[in-house]
Design a protein around this ligand. Structure first.
Ligand code: 13P
Ligand code: SF4
Length: 308
């Protein structure tokens, strides 16, 4: 067999032998999305990890996502095929940073985006994803300060939608922050009939919403639903480029234009067919979370899954 066909055949065999499930984020390489049992956004992946009965979870995504799977499944083997697959947004906040912030804001409720380490989740009251952040904040008791970390653009979206004041951590994702309003307006000029699908992590969202206040923002999974139900035939996809693969797969009758070819997450692209095959073969590299951190981090994740 040619190389790639052999790797695919090996993955098929190993997946059965090890009773493994491969779950992939929407930003993964096309060929990785193609072999996954499930492809979705951070919320969908957490739900999938919570309900799987496989013995092994191969996480085609980044480290914090594999950690979330490990927190939800302490008795399963969670594999991240390349441990260098991190997240610049998760790197903007530490557990000590959250502890200091809480000390400065006694009585505050800490809501952290799922793009955080297990240590940070262990210091949090609620987790959220881009798919449910508004709903989570709407469900918080009134008259309590809310500390929201780490993405300041997602926070701005939540404040706009809920009208609730929050203290906001000064973090951002390097990929989404780099998408400029001009990237969006240039593509709008080139494709005047296209609808905008904008992710709330985007640095451009505040300025674009200033001009188009009725515009909705979407999690990556929300983009798939919107593309299906909208009357538009063309869409400008304002997020990481991998999203175009998922949209073209699920909504093949419509056209998707990436906002910028350079909006690419190099961490997400570290996962390949080769390292998925090797991970299944060796049952390495594993992601584990120490029991004391795991118990604390499970609380905000379960609260999130119960609400949104
Ligand atoms: P969602 O897939 O939850 O919208 O998140 C995007 C993201 O940047 C994940 O790293
Ligand atoms: Fe993290 Fe940004 Fe990559 Fe998502 S796109 S994994 S937020 S660095």
């Amino acid at each position: 067999l040619p190389d790639e066909a052999q790797i695919r055949a090996d993955i098929e065999r190993l997946r059965q032998e090890k009773n493994a499930v491969i779950i992939a984020h929407n930003y993964q390489r096309p060929e990785v999305q193609g072999i996954a049992d499930y492809v979705g956004d951070s919320l969908g992946l957490s739900r999938q990890a919570a309900k799987t009965d496989a013995d092994v979870i191969v996480f085609a995504g980044v480290h914090f996502m594999a950690e979330t799977a490990a927190i939800l499944n302490p008795d399963k083997t969670v594999l991240l095929p390349d441990l260098r697959a991190g997240c610049s947004l998760a790197d903007t906040v530490t557990a000590q940073g959250i502890r200091d912030w809480k000390a400065q804001n006694p009585g505050g409720l800490v809501v952290t985006y799922v793009n955080t380490t297990a240590d940070v989740k262990a210091e949090s009251d609620y987790c959220c994803t881009s798919g449910n952040a508004v709903q989570i904040v709407q469900n918080l008791p009134q008259n309590v300060p809310v500390l929201f970390a780490p993405d300041r653009f997602l926070a701005a979206h939540v404040i706009r939608e809920t009208g609730r004041a929050m203290d906001v951590w000064d973090g951002a994702c390097h990929v989404h922050e780099a998408i400029r309003p001009e990237d969006v307006t240039d593509q709008q000029a080139a494709y005047p009939d296209a609808e905008l699908l904008i992710h709330p992590e985007c640095g451009c969202s505040t300025k674009i919403l200033g001009a188009l206040p009725e515009l909705q923002l979407y999690s990556t999974e929300g983009m798939v639903h919107r593309a299906r139900e909208s009357a538009a035939q063309e869409f400008i996809v304002v997020t990481e480029t991998g999203m175009v693969t998922r949209l073209e797969h699920d909504v093949p009758e419509k056209t998707f234009i990436p906002v910028s070819r350079t909006a690419c997450c190099e961490y997400m692209k570290m996962i390949t067919l080769e390292n998925i095959r090797d991970a299944l073969e060796n049952l390495q590299p594993r992601v584990t979370v120490p029991a004391d951190i795991r118990e604390k981090a499970l609380v905000p994740i379960e609260r999130m899954l119960a609400i949104g």
